[in-house]
Every structure is written in structure tokens, then in C-alpha cells.
Design a protein around this ligand. Structure first.
Ligand code: PEP
Ligand code: MG
Length: 882
């Protein structure tokens, strides 16, 4: 029965039904799916249903986590429900929780709806205490294993539930190994481990001021609380922000019977991928560690062996594992990342989830899966993350360069990166403000996440292909070399080969080959492969939006065309005013006393502009090219006042000073104040179009664009000027005249403006500034950072369109513009034109094209296809696991 609550009751919003069900067994149906059970929980439930060997257990829902976050404690009734499910687990396993004879031990693992690898906490071996360890030792005849499991519990519980610094435990372990003269944990005897338990308990008492809790139920409930709390740790928050994951999802908690990979030589643990996560090549690949528990592999504490080692050591379990992994891939119809444990030759799967993969692997696997008939082309398109394509468009080390390899490690995440070395995450953040850095660590932990975001690449001494550094770097698309044993870190220095390096010294890493070089190394542009072309070809068939590029030079235009741009959506002509030969002429023009003086300077600028335009028109032959007339305030072309070369210049600089240039004499206001400037530009455009037409026979479709229009009358006059000059210069060459929509008034009065416009291009950089009243330069790095940190805003509105505010203005402009001119061309050329979410919005409101920087063109092609498919409801994809 539910609580009776009324809207008048002050607590009505927060009250929960007392009989809410917060706990589900893995084999118990629930309707909440992934959002309720988390990725790991739903994966375990589905595997159980498929008959895959999974240890028994239950999931505490994300609802319980949300209630915990709200109230600061476990919701009413949860503890009793956990007790009930523990009883069921005891019945299933024939063991009892808290028993000293034959104890049931459980693990507690976090699992949010969206995978956050290594970000939250896990505690193993709950249910252990002094007596249980003795019981387990006697029962299994394996005291070493029993004590090893116990000492791990004290450490994990101490760290996770009570926040003890893990180094305290690690150094006790290291000291003991040193004392005994052994290298490996596995070389310690049962007696050694028993001694270690004593030391660990002392550490616990010293740090916490009370004894390590021996009651199994207390251990379990405190662990559940710890996992819920781990959702809100700074590292988890940073990760969520970097991956656009909502803060209020919460995590589920999975409680599972322990199976033991650390029981001896017939046991082990591993992580595998159903295809290679670096290249996408078919076939299971993975890593395996004999006589170990899972955390040893994931945390990169011991460097594991390739999966083949398992084939030799335990062929039956190996065969069964490969078959199961293949079944899981076929079931989820996607590449899986699987964790498993073998206990005395018996295989258990602990987790399955969609594998994090590099962009190259994502493309390879998607194309292969379409060929294998596993997925459709539409599904293939929808499961590639557009922002990941960036990885493939970055430079790589010149294969022809003769280079001296300083060290080799594992090729954990491809791509090349050069930068000054830093040895910790905070320094990475600090130093990256002044140039690229490479983060060099013994191994990374989730606490390093902010440094990994700031660094260009990551290099670790330790850890394998599934270590934290490797997994996270692949997810971020950053180069990573892991397990580089030729590298020594000591006292703030790194020694590679015979060379000792200090913070700031430059190295280069190649995560595709696992090589490390000292110094900077020549890079070459990326090579696009067949898979890339195939997927983008499919995307082109699926999309409705045209993709153009923002380009100011013939080189940019040509590159963008290679990437598939279908025209230019924005050429910023002011960039052409800055060349060495031009700037002095531009300055003369600005400093001139009168119109005649200005015209004289403009006459000298015209040939420069014309030749620039000719280059661009040739690169874009046959495609539309939008050229925007001068936009920035004139003072941007003059030096600072104290650098003026004479008094007249100083005075002019002073007279051009504006309190707020973003809202000052710029855009079309310049064209109306000094028509001769726009006249020269229009003349140069028209002459260039005509010359290219005559020379090549293929004229581009020229679109002359007037910036920052607010009033119909502005565009009316500027259109008249444009048509007048065009008729003089190129009467036979087709052209359009249009405007940017970058002021709220222009959006609101789009119907009036459309009467004089053949096209609108949304300048969402300025439209965002003016609609929000945010000056971009004053917002980013200042209050906007705080807004994002505090959750006042979820996203940076200069990166992802503020769809409800700025987007509404766009919607109004589209509607009103089309109401007077049905066929008016509509596009976007602000930065948002290259952002996948904003592209989806452009699809929704029915724009004709998006325009973005050349390197983002492939991404925009894919995002536009995904937007079209999403709108049509085709090819939807939900990744497995968590
Ligand atoms: C815009 O405002 O969105 C735009 C493209 O113009 P700019 O960034 O040059 O101001
Ligand atoms: Mg603008």
C-alpha cells in the first residue's frame, strides 16, 4: 500500500511509498530495465536469463541511490529487503552469510545506467572476519587463499567505505615482501598473510579509531552506502561532465556471491573483448591473470598475460569462455567487453558490456558486422560516436621519418601526441594551459581523470591493455602507451634508455605502435581508410541535411572538399586582411581622412581579395560558396595605442575605441557607415566569380552574406548596393544575397528581413551571445565554468546549442522567414554547426544545411545521418552492460 500524501503536505514531493521495491534478484523480472538496474545489473540479469554461468546475486536499484542522495541515508525498508535477498542467496548457494563454518562471501559493485569504467567503487569478499577466515581455510584446505581474501577485504573496505589512503596498505604489503625477500604477492605464505592481516587491522584502527567491523551485515550495508556515496565523488563528477552523463541518474549496487580466482593454479581471472578494441579485427582478445582476483587486472596492479596463456593452462574453461563470449556478441549484436573468473576450473561471467573502442575499431567492427549480417547499415551508422571520428582525423607520426625509439610499451590507444611531460594530474591541468603535455605515471587511477582530460597523451610504466589508463584513454580518443617497462620514474624524473627527463621536457608517444620518442617528432596528416569511407557513404545516403564548411583559404576549402563538404557556408573575409602585405594597406584605409583616401587604399586591396576568392571558387567549383562581408570592428586591425607610430594614428585608435565592441560598430553597420568597403569586397567577389567562370566554365554559386543585420532597412540598402555592383561586374553570373541571423531582433522580424534575403545563415555564436547576454570571452573560463560546475547549466551553450532559448529564436526565424518566402535557403554557420546534438536540432527545425570547420565535416555528415535516422525512428541502438 502506498503512503497517503496530499499536495499540501510539505514532504509530498519527497515521500516514497513505504513498500517500494528496491531490490531484484538476477533471475527476477523487473520492468525498470537499464535505468533502474544499471548497466551491470541488467547485463547480469540478461546473462542469467540466457543460461550463461553467472554467480547468483541481486541488484539494489538506482531508485534507492537517488533516495540516498536526497536523504543522505538508505531509504526506509531497504535494509530489510537486503536481508530478505541475502536469505534467498543463502538458500541458493547453501552457504550462510556471517557464518564462521562455511561463509557466504559477496562482492558489492557499482553499476550506473551508463558505463563509467573504474569511476566508482567495488568491495570484494564481504562476510569475512577472523573466524570466517579460519572456517574457510579449513573448509577449502587452502589457508593461503582464505587469508589473502581477508586481507583484500580489509584493504578495499578501509579504502572505499572509510576513505583510508590505499598507500598505507600497499606499503605494508611491499614491506612484508621485502622482508621475506620475495617479488610477487603470490609468493607470500599463509602465515605471511595472516601476519599482514594483523598489520592491516592495526592500520584500520589507527586511521579510523575503531576496530574493523566483523559483522557481515554491517559490512554489507556500509558498503552499499559507500557505493552510493561514490556516485558523488569529485572524480565521478569530472567523468560525468567529460562524458555528458546526467548527475541525477545514480548508480545501482550489485551484490553477488564471490567466486574466487585467487584459489590457486586452477583459478584465475581475466577481461576480454569479442573483437580487438584497438583495431576492430574479428576474434576474441583479452588478458588473463592466474591465481588472482579481478581487481588485480582492472587496476593494472599486476601486468597480465594474453588470453592464450589460459588456453594452455585450462583448455576446457578457455573453450567454454570463447563460446560464451561469441554468444554474448551475437545476442547483443555488438562488440562486448567481458569480465570473467575461473574458480577451480569452473567458469563464471561477472560482467558484459558494450566495449569501449577506438574510432578505427568502431568503424571496422561496424562494417564487419553489416557484412556478417549481424546489424543493418542504419544500425551501423547510429552506433558510431561522431565525436570519436576526430581521432582518425588527427596527425600521425611520419612513417618515413628515421627515428630513434627510446622505449616500447603496449599500444594501448592509437594516435600520436607530443608534449612536455608531467608526473601528476594537477600539474597536467596547470601546465596544459601553456602548451601540450603528456601525462607520465606509474599507472593511472580514477583520481587522475582531470589530468587525463588535460593531457594530449598518457604514458604508464605499468598495466596492460585493460588497465585503467588504457580503457579511459581509448574512451577519450587519446593516445596511450601502457606497460612501458623501459621507463623509470624516480624523484620527479623519468629515465628512458640512458636519458633522464624532468617535468616539461618534451616526449612523443605513438599509441598505435606503443613507441616512445624523446623530443618532438614529425607528424603527417591522417590517412582515411576504407571503413571510414564506407560508413560515411552510408551516412550520406541516410541524411537530409547538406554539410558545408567554414573556410577562409583555398587550402581549407580543398581539404574540406576531400572530407566531403558540399560547399562553403562561411568565408570570413576579415581573415584575408591580416596578411603581411595587406595589413598596412588596411591600416591606411582605416586611418584615411576621407572617402577618397579610403578608396585609394581599397583599390590596392581589391586584387588581393579577388585572387583569394578565385582560389576558393576553383576549389569549390560547382558548389555553393557563401562569402561574408567585413564583420569585426575596425580597431581590431590597428595596433594598441602605445604602439602607434605617430600622433594621427594614436588619435584614430582612440577615436575607434568602443566600450563594448561586440555590440559596437561592426557587421553591416560598417557597410552602411563606409559603403566603399563593402563595395570593394562585392566587386572583388563578382570579378573573381566571372574570372573563374570564364577560365573553367564552372562558376560557383556565389552567395553574398551581410552580417549582423537587425533591421529590414539595413538589408534593403545593402542588397541594393550588392545588386548595383554585381550588375556592373558580372551580370551573367548567378548569385544570391542573404544575411546572417545573429541578433534576437533579426530572428523575431525574420519575415520582414526575408523580403530582401535569398538565404538566412544562423550565426549562432553571436546569437548565443546576444540572446543570453553572455560575452563569450568574459564567460568562458569565468562564470560559465562555475555555472557548469554547479550544474546551473548542463552544457556550454557556445558548444552545444541552447535549444530551448536560442533554439526557440531559430525556430521563430525559420517559421517567419518561410511564411513570406517558402524556398528561402536556411543554414547554420556558428560553431554549433559541427556539434552532433546541435546538428540534431537543425534537422528537427528543418534547416537545409549545416556548416562547420573542415575537420568536423565527416563528423557532421555522420551526425546529420544519425539525426535523420533518429527522426525516422530507424536503427536505434542501446549499448549492453555498464
Ligand atoms: C556567428 O556569429 O555564429 C558567426 C559565424 O560569426 P562569427 O563567429 O565570425 O562572429
Ligand atoms: Mg557572428
Amino acid at each position: 500500500m502506498s503512503l497517503t500524501i496530499t499536495q499540501n503536505s510539505p514532504a509530498w514531493k519527497d515521500a516514497r511509498p513505504v513498500d517500494a521495491n528496491y531490490v531484484y534478484d538476477f533471475d527476477e523480472p523487473s520492468e525498470g530495465g537499464r535505468a533502474l538496474l544499471g548497466g551491470k545489473g541488467i547485463g547480469l540479469a540478461e546473462m542469467t536469463q540466457m543460461g550463461v554461468p553467472v554467480p547468483a546475486g541481486f541488484t539494489i536499484t538506482t531508485d534507492a541511490c537517488r533516495a540516498f542522495m536526497r536523504d543522505g541515508d538508505l531509504p526506509a525498508g531497504l535494509a530489510e529487503q537486503v536481508d530478505e535477498h541475502v536469505r534467498r542467496l543463502e538458500a541458493k548457494t547453501g552457504k550462510s552469510f556471517g557464518s564462521t563454518e562455511d561463509p557466504l562471501l559477496v562482492s558489492v559493485r557499482s553499476g550506473a545506467a551508463i558505463s563509467m569504467p573504474g569511476m566508482m567503487d567495488t568491495i570484494l569478499n564481504l562476510g569475512m572476519n577472523d573466524a570466517a577466515a579460519e572456517g574457510l581455510a579449513a573448509r577449502t584446505g587452502n589457508p593461503r587463499f582464505a587469508y589473502d581474501s581477508y586481507r583484500r577485504l580489509i584493504q578495499m573496505f578501509g579504502e572505499t567505505a572509510d576513505g583510508i589512503d590505499g598507500h598505507a596498505f600497499e606499503s605494508a604489503l611491499t614491506a612484508l615482501k621485502k622482508q621475506r625477500g620475495v617479488q610477487l604477492d603470490t609468493e607470500l605464505t599463509a602465515d605471511d598473510l595472516r601476519e599482514l592481516i594483523g598489520t592491516y587491522k592495526e592500520i584500520y584502527r589507527r586511521e579510523i579509531g575503531s576496530d574493523f567491523p566483523t559483522d557481515a551485515r554491517e559490512q554489507l550495508l556500509r558498503s552499499v552506502r559507500a557505493v552510493f556515496r561514490s556516485w558523488e565523488t569529485p572524480r565521478a563528477q569530472v567523468y560525468r561532465r567529460a562524458h555528458d552523463i546526467a548527475d541525477d541518474l545514480g548508480t545501482a549496487v550489485n551484490v553477488m556471491q564471490m567466486v574466487f580466482g585467487n584459489k590457486g593454479d586452477r583459478s584465475g581471472t581475466g577481461v576480454a573483448f569479442t573483437r580487438d578494441p584497438s583495431t576492430g579485427a574479428s576474434g576474441v582478445v583479452g588478458e588473463y591473470l592466474a591465481n588472482a582476483q579481478g581487481e588485480d587486472v582492472v587496476a593494472g596492479i599486476r601486468t597480465p598475460q594474453p588470453l592464450d596463456a589460459m588456453r594452455e593452462a585450462m583448455p576446457d574453461a578457455y573453450r567454454q569462455f570463447i563460446e560464451t563470449a561469441e554468444r554474448l556478441e551475437a545476442h547483443y549484436r555488438d562488440m562486448q567487453d567481458v569480465e570473467f573468473t575461473v574458480e577451480d576450473d569452473k567458469l563464471y561471467l561477472l560482467q558484459t558490456r558494450a566495449a569501449k573502442r577506438t574510432a578505427a575499431a568502431a568503424l571496422r567492427a561496424a562494417v564487419a558486422m553489416v557484412d556478417e549480417g549481424l546489424i543493418t547499415k542504419e544500425e551501423a551508422i547510429r552506433r558510431i560516436d561522431p565525436s570519436q571520428l576526430d581521432q582518425l582525423l588527427h596527425p600521425m607520426i611520419d612513417p618515413k621519418a628515421k627515428l630513434e625509439v627510446a622505449a616500447k610499451g603496449l599500444n594501448a590507444s592509437p594516435g600520436a601526441a607530443s608534449g612536455g611531460i608531467v608526473f601528476d594530474a594537477d600539474s597536467a591541468v596547470e601546465r596544459s594551459k601553456n602548451g601540450p603535455v603528456v601525462l607520465v605515471r606509474w599507472e593511472t587511477t580514477p583520481d587522475d581523470i582531470h589530468g587525463m582530460i588535460a593531457a594530449e597523451g598518457i604514458l604508464t610504466v605499468h598495466g596492460g591493455m585493460t588497465s585503467h589508463a588504457a580503457v579511459v584513454a581509448r574512451g577519450m580518443g587519446k593516445p596511450c602507451v601502457a606497460g612501458c617497462e623501459g621507463l623509470e620514474l624516480r624523484d620527479g624524473t623519468a629515465t628512458i634508455g640512458g636519458t633522464t627527463l624532468r617535468e616539461g621536457d618534451v616526449i612523443t608517444i605513438d599509441g598505435g605502435t606503443g613507441t616512445v620518442y624523446i623530443g618532438e617528432v614529425p607528424l603527417v596528416p591522417p590517412q582515411l581508410n576504407d571503413d571510414f569511407e564506407t560508413i560515411l557513404g552510408w551516412a550520406d545516403e541516410a541524411r537530409r541535411l547538406t554539410v558545408r564548411t567554414n573556410a577562409d583559404t583555398p587550402e581549407d576549402a580543398a581539404r574540406a572538399r576531400e572530407f566531403g563538404a558540399q560547399g562553403i557556408g562561411l568565408t570570413r573575409t576579415e581573415h584575408m586582411f591580416f596578411g603581411e602585405e595587406r595589413l598596412p594597406v588596411v591600416q591606411q584605409m582605416i586611418l584615411a581622412e576621407d572617402e577618397a583616401g579610403r578608396r585609394a587604399a581599397l583599390d590596392r586591396l581589391l586584387p588581393f581579395q579577388q585572387s583569394d576568392f578565385e582560389g576558393i571558387f576553383e576549389a569549390m567549383a560547382g558548389l555553393p560558396v557563401t562569402i561574408r562581408l567585413l564583420d569585426p570592428p575596425l580597431h581590431e586591425f590597428l595596433p594598441a595605442e602605445d604602439q602607434a607610430t605617430d600622433e594621427r594614428m594614436r588619435q584614430r585608435i582612440r577615436s575607434l575605441h568602443e566600450a563594448n565592441p561586440m555590440l559596437g560598430t561592426r557587421g553591416c553597420r560598417l557597410g552602411l557607415m563606409y559603403p566603399e568597403i563593402y563595395e570593394m569586397q562585392i566587386r572583388a567577389i563578382a570579378r573573381a566569380a566571372r574570372a573563374v567562370h570564364e577560365r573553367t566554365g564552372a562558376a560557383p554559386l556565389v552567395e553574398v552574406m551581410h552580417p549582423l543585420v537587425a533591421f529590414q532597412e539595413e538589408l534593403k540598402r545593402l542588397r541594393a548596393l550588392t545588386e548595383h555592383v554585381w550588375a556592373e561586374e558580372a551580370p551573367d553570373v548567378a548569385h544570391l544575397v542573404g544575411t546572417m541571423i545573429e541578433l534576437p531582433r533579426a530572428a523575431m522580424r525574420a519575415d520582414e528581413i526575408a523580403e530582401y534575403a535569398d538565404f538566412f545563415s544562423f550565426g549562432t555564436n553571436d546569437l548565443t551571445q546576444t540572446a543570453l547576454g553572455f560575452s563569450r570571452d568574459d564567460a568562458e573560463g569565468k562564470f560559465l565554468t562555475k555555472y557548469l560546475q554547479d550544474g546551473i547549466l548542463q552544457r556550454n551553450p557556445f558548444e552545444t546549442l541552447d535549444a530551448s532559448g536560442v533554439g526557440d529564436l531559430m525556430r521563430i526565424a525559420v517559421e517567419r522567414g518561410r511564411s513570406v518566402k517558402d524556398g528561402i535557403k536556411l543554414g547554420i554557420c556558428g560553431e554549433h554547426g559541427g556539434d552532433p546534438q546541435s546538428i540534431a536540432f537543425c534537422e528537427e527545425i528543418g534547416l537545409d544545411y549545416v556548416s562547420c570547420s573542415p575537420f568536423r565535416v565527416p563528423l557532421a555528415r555522420l551526425a546529420a545521418a544519425q539525426a535523420a535516422l533518429a527522426k525516422a525512428g530507424t536503427g536505434e541502438y542501446v549499448a549492453a552492460g555498464g
